[in-house]
Every structure is written in structure tokens, then in C-alpha cells.
Design a protein around this ligand. Sequence first.
Ligand code: MF3
Ligand code: CO
Ligand code: CO
Length: 271
Amino acid sequence: MDDTHRGRITRDGIRIHEEADFAGMHAAGKVAAQILDEVAELVVPGATTGELDAFIERRVTELGTTSATIGYKGYKHASCISVNHVVCHGIPGDKKLKDGDILNIDVTVILDGWFGDTSRMYVAGKLPRKAERLIQVTHDSLMLGIEAVKPGNTFGDIGHAIQTYVESQRMSVVRDFCGHGLGRVFHSPPNVLHYGRKGSGPVLEEGMFFTIEPMVNIGRPETKVLSDDWTAVTRDKSLSAQFEHSIGVTADGCEIFTLSPGGLFHPTYKV
Ligand code: MF3
Ligand code: CO
Ligand code: CO
């Protein structure tokens, strides 16, 4: 049998992977996370997001991987770089970073057919106080979502953990974008919502691989996509942050595939 088709698919269309598949995801996820580690020191005032992307594209190749985003639905870059009020899918370009800008860099690589998808926050220069809080809350909301992952819990439990925490901090969860299943494909069922009710949604099973990638706004949750058809921004122009891990459900919890080799996946102000 073609090994692409090992495992089974649940009634919700979610692939259940085998134990041996975890190794491929760990290898792919580690490269994506390593690239995010390496780019950190290039994030300084005066650098352009295009320069950061060029570095990422070069490292993707040098590390023996392929970019999942170049050529994806016509996207042309090895990363999405989303600055300040950009929620996600920011297109790298010529704009220079200014002191105090915060940005999410999102990289997805393919290694031996497996996808590793991760993003985290950075700051150019000195981190403003309000941005520091936003970044901390967003990071912590992802980790609380991950803590809700174990067989028998539901996808709604993940969303509920994220939403209740974010809203307790008087911030808002973006509804217009979600996490996703991945594995040997980039985006597959289910939609991993970052809000929801306890006990709702599909039940988590060992062998499910997916991302959790909450986007949190200081202001209102509404977004709009600019005329470039990619860049999503907050409608009220408030600051937005995002962190993303790719994970796999185990017998008693989950494994994170995109852990930072350098221990740099954390709120930017600790760098
Ligand atoms: N990496 C993004 C995600 O988390 C998807 C980017 S698709 C692109 O799902 F085409 F915009 F790069
Ligand atoms: Co993703
Ligand atoms: Co991503």
C-alpha cells in the first residue's frame, strides 16, 4: 500500500496517523522552528521584511527542505510577516521595520513529505508596554490550548481554553482564521477554532496532527483582507499577535513538533 494512505480517517475527515509518522513531523517541525530561531537576530529597526524573507528562503533550501508557501495558491514567499495591526498573511516587502514594531513570522517547510508549520512574535528594537502584554497573553493562550489536548477532550475544549483566557485579559480572539490539520498535506480537516464551547466539536484521538495558532487583538476581533488578497488586518487598526505550533495527539496528551531548538519560542521581551 502507498504509505501516504496509511492510517484511517474519522467521520469528521480527520486523519489518524501512526506512531511512526511522529518522527517525520518532528523532523519537519524542528527545521521550521530552527529557521525562526535563526531569523531572530535579523529583526532590527531598518531591516525590511523582504530581507527577512530572503534569509528564510535561503535557509529553507540550505537545510534540505522545501517551502510549503511558495506557489501555494499563488503565494510567492517563504514566509508570512505580519507587522503591528496585520493579523496574518502579511506579504514580505520593502517596508523598513521601525523601533517598537512587533511582527509575527510564519514559516512552513516540507521535509520528506511532512509539513512543519510554526510562527512566533518578534520585536524590532524596544518592545512597547502594551505590545508586551498582548504578546504574553497570545503566547499563554496557545499554551493553554495545547494543555487541553488529550484523547477524549474535544476541539471545542481547545478553543474554549484559549477564548476564556484571552477575554479574561480584556483582549479578543480573531474568528476569521483558524488552525488546521496537517501532516503530508498543508491544510486538512479539522478547522481548529480558537474559540468555542467545552465539549463541542470532534473528539481528539491519538494520531491526530494539527496546528493551534491563535490570533489575538488588543481591540475588536474583526478583520479585513486588503486588495492584495492576502494581508489580513484588524478593522479597528488595533495591534494583533499570533503564535503557532504544530502538534500531534499522543495516548496521554500531545507532542509539540515545532519546539524551538534554541529555546527561543517565548514572548519576545525575554530575548
Ligand atoms: N503558515 C500559514 C498557516 O499557518 C499559511 C500561510 S499560507 C500562505 O496556516 F500562502 F499565506 F503562505
Ligand atoms: Co498553520
Ligand atoms: Co503557519
